[in-house]
Design a protein around this ligand. Sequence first.
Ligand code: NAP
Length: 344
Amino acid sequence: MVTGNDAMNRQVVILRAPTGPLSADDFGLREAPAPIPRADEALCRTLLLSLDPVNRGLMVRGGDYRAGLGPGSVMAGFAVAEVVEAAAQGGPPTGSVVFGELGWQELAAVRADSLVPVSGLGPLSHELGVLGVNGMTAWFGLTEIGRPRPGETVVVSAAAGATGTVAVQLARHTGCRTIGIVGSAAKVEVVRELGADEVVVRAEPRELRAALRAAAPDGIDVYFDSVGGAVLDSCLALMRPHGRVVCCGTLAAYDAENAPPGPRGVPALVIAKRLRLEGFVVLDFLSRWPQAQAALAELLRAGEVRAVEEIVDGLDRAPAAFVDLLAGGNIGKRMVRVAHKADL
Ligand SMILES: NC(=O)c1ccc[n+]([C@@H]2O[C@H](COP(=O)([O-])OP(=O)(O)OC[C@H]3O[C@@H](n4cnc5c(N)ncnc54)[C@H](OP(=O)(O)O)[C@@H]3O)[C@@H](O)[C@H]2O)c1
């Protein structure tokens, strides 16, 4: 066994349920004894921790597809990890690198059947970003739900983020007129460099709608919605007949005390324009990730898609990095390095 009997496990725990914007003070660092895995669990050591906005919601109310976390809980998070002790009942072998939900901690005992081997098609950081959840979300959201055709107009919200940077590049690669929406002027150039034809900065509803109308004078065929609220409202009004809205996430709600009001025009606009609004959860496509990862790896090799990512060093920096991400401080996939593989 790699960890000794007296090995300790550093963890980031939730101190209190946030009300309003998250603060780093809502978290604390704790040292706990290293977990002892059950027969069906593998002991894993976190290498890279994924920062995902949806996990902010779990701190107060739980998500639509998993339970919430109370004060004292280890913060939830996916990670790329090394198996340091394989489960007695089988599963990934000791030494293998896997993707799983470990939480914000150095060591976790995780059900072996929930661990997924990494693709091995690029550097480890890509396994959390472009070849991981975010790349898969952009891929399946576009190919399965949005289904853009060459020449159509695609709008991507949170376009400078982990999912958005991949969605913009895939839409562009498909031959679509591609428009990104970002939260600040500082991100405009980043999204343009990824191939967007136009980039619109999020603004008050009236201003945003005018900017979108100027960027998409013929209307929107596919809207990749990671935001909800006023941004969805503005895009919905500009959809072309038979347009598709990819309902991916609700960023406008995650760090707010009250969820923003839903869009107007539902269902009247949806009916009149024959729109399709469809939600999806990327984990539902897990069995098809290998094909999508291979296709994305090929696009990366060909230089058609670029990985945009930021690595913050140290578990203790995860709270501040997450707070800043929710405030729009990230460009591309932000993750936290907890250990180097060579450190093991
Ligand atoms: N359906 C699925 O299976 C699935 C899977 C993974 C992720 N997602 C969703 O995909 C979306 C993007 O996630 P990500 O991990 O790629 O995060 P991300 O875009 O890298 O980071 C979050 C971004 O949200 C934006 N933001 C913050 N507050 C906002 C607000 N009030 N209104 C609009 N935008 C705001 C900020 O960008 P700006 O500065 O540009 O505003 C920030 O950079 C999220 O909604 C997430 O839940 C869905």
